[in-house]
Design a protein around this ligand. Structure first.
Ligand code: BG6
Ligand code: MG
Length: 216
């Protein structure tokens, strides 16, 4: 029986993809490296440094660790500047209501995100103290498709992975959910991924999957 739901953040609760794209595009242009939306799709759920490695696949020269760190830092500065535009209105009202309804149905709700900017984003969208637990890129060693972030989220809300569902827009996130033993719910880009156990068009559809938990 499902008792807790772990939500990915970027692309599930709020659409930050366009900001990631804009920031990486600025870095790629500066370095003269080809980058487009299709390549950007491969960065979903992937850590900052792993994202940079994907972008550098098209570079005409090698970058050492120091250079890579400088590029990732610059990207993050640009990205955080763009995040300052976020506000509570960036979360769909229907999604916010669906989250509240899931809570009143008895589910524990957590965030499981690879992003080290998770606390900032949650605060900007007015959900800084909404979730029962937040597991993010600051607390983990291995990024998705490794299940570490979801296992941590499950531990923080005191459920076994078999009692948890993960809502994800990234294929790497669905892989991570499956590797951790969770029910994997695909949304957005992951809604057409064959490994997703359930496929939804919006968070509101979760209300048809997760019925009120009967009190003992
Ligand atoms: C994930 C995004 O949520 O966070 C990835 O889907 C991103 O695209 C990753 O690379 C890391 O984000 P940040 O904010 O730590 O650079
Ligand atoms: Mg995502």
């Amino acid at each position: 029986m499902i008792k807790g739901i772990v939500f990915d953040l970027d692309g599930v609760i709020v659409s930050t993809d366009r900001f990631h794209y804009e920031a990486w595009k600025a870095i790629a242009d500066q370095e003269g490296i080809y980058f487009d939306e299709k390549i950007n799709d491969r960065l979903r759920g992937v850590s900052r440094m792993a994202s940079l490695d994907i972008i550098l696949e098209r570079a005409s020269r090698q970058y050492d660790e120091e250079e890579k760190l400088a590029l990732a830092t610059k990207k993050n500065e640009i990205y955080r500047g763009l995040l300052s535009r976020l506000s509570p209105s960036d979360v769909e009202e229907a999604d916010r209501e669906a989250l509240e309804e899931l809570r009143s149905r008895g589910y524990k709700l957590a965030v499981g995100s690879s992003s080290k900017n998770t606390p900032l984003i949650l605060e900007k969208i007015g959900l800084g103290s909404f979730f029962d637990a937040v597991a993010d890129g600051n607390q983990i060693t291995h990024s998705k498709p490794n299940p570490e972030v979801f296992l941590l989220a499950a531990k923080l809300i005191d459920i076994d992975p078999s009692e948890g569902a993960v809502v994800e827009d990234a294929e790497a996130g669905i892989d991570a959910a499956k590797a951790g033993g969770f029910l994997a719910v695909g949304i957005g880009g992951a809604a057409s991924y064959y490994r997703a156990d359930r496929k939804i068009a919006s968070l509101v559809d979760l209300l048809s999957i997760f019925k009120p938990i009967e009190k003992e």
